[in-house]
Design a binder for this molecule. Structure first.
Ligand SMILES: [Zn+2]
Ligand SMILES: [Zn+2]
Length: 248
């Protein structure tokens, strides 16, 4: 079956994201766009994933638990989970690796945790826009331990893309699926980084505003709408990327 999935969406928890990005609003927009699966991937936290998943369940939309982790090397990695309990444990583990620095909402923006009815439950106090005390290799190991999948995000784009910051692909990422940003196209990326040719290259919206959800997404030819099936479809190259007009 064809599964249209946007696996990189920021909610209002990300300080750089719009406050309109509530869990309910994200689900509404994803349904309008007829996406089959999404993941909310805020910076270094899954705090809004759980209410998003609950709303998704009621609306027949598959929501994976996600996070865009920032490693010690300042590389962004999408961390995706199927199981809520594994995701919760991973999230707790990550929180302990986040520096104890307070957010300044006036400078960075609000970091709000929102319930299913659009109520703000709390403000996250720690600044989420920070590097974790974990290397790329350590993060991959941690994701594996909780049976998740790690996908380096927007690998070709500055300032947090893997290839921009590392200049090479670490050997422990040999079997990875890679994400390229929605502002580019695979052919263009491969011209600059030919070493990516052996990797499945998916794309997502990296939306920080409702209008941007689904500006790029990946259609997987998968056995079912589960995360292992989507990853398997990617590694078997039975997928294609859909781009809407997208600039940045
Ligand atoms: Zn990023
Ligand atoms: Zn992002």
């Amino acid at each position: 079956m064809k599964i249209a999935a946007d696996l990189h969406i920021h909610s209002a928890l990300s300080p750089c994201s719009s406050l309109e990005m509530s869990p309910a609003a994200i689900i509404r927009r994803a349904r309008e766009l007829k996406l089959d699966a999404i993941a909310v991937t805020d910076h270094n936290s899954m705090a809004n994933c759980f209410s998003t998943a609950a709303i998704g369940k009621k609306n027949n939309l598959q929501v994976f638990f996600g996070m865009e982790a920032q490693t010690r090397e300042d590389v962004h990695i999408l961390c995706l989970f199927q199981s809520r309990s594994q995701a919760e444990q991973f999230n707790d583990h990550i929180y302990a690796l986040l520096p104890d620095i307070k957010n300044n909402p006036l400078y960075f923006g609000d970091q709000v945790v929102v319930d299913e009815q659009d109520n703000i439950i709390r403000h996250e106090e720690k600044l989420l826009l920070n590097a974790l005390d974990a290397s790329i290799a350590e993060l991959f190991e941690l994701v594996r331990r909780y049976q998740g999948f790690a996908i380096p995000a927007h690998v070709e784009s500055a300032p947090f893309g893997l290839l921009v910051n590392m200049g090479l692909i670490p050997v422990e990422l040999d079997a990875s699926v890679m994400e390229i940003s929605c502002a580019t196209r695979p052919q263009a990326v491969l011209q600059t980084f030919p070493e990516l040719a052996r990797f499945p290259l998916i794309s997502n919206s990296d939306a920080h505003f409702l209008k941007d959800i689904g500006r790029a997404y990946t259609i997987f030819d998968a056995a079912e709408a589960s995360l292992p099936s989507l990853i398997q479809a990617a590694t078997h190259h039975t997928y294609h990327v859909h781009f809407r007009n997208c600039h940045g």
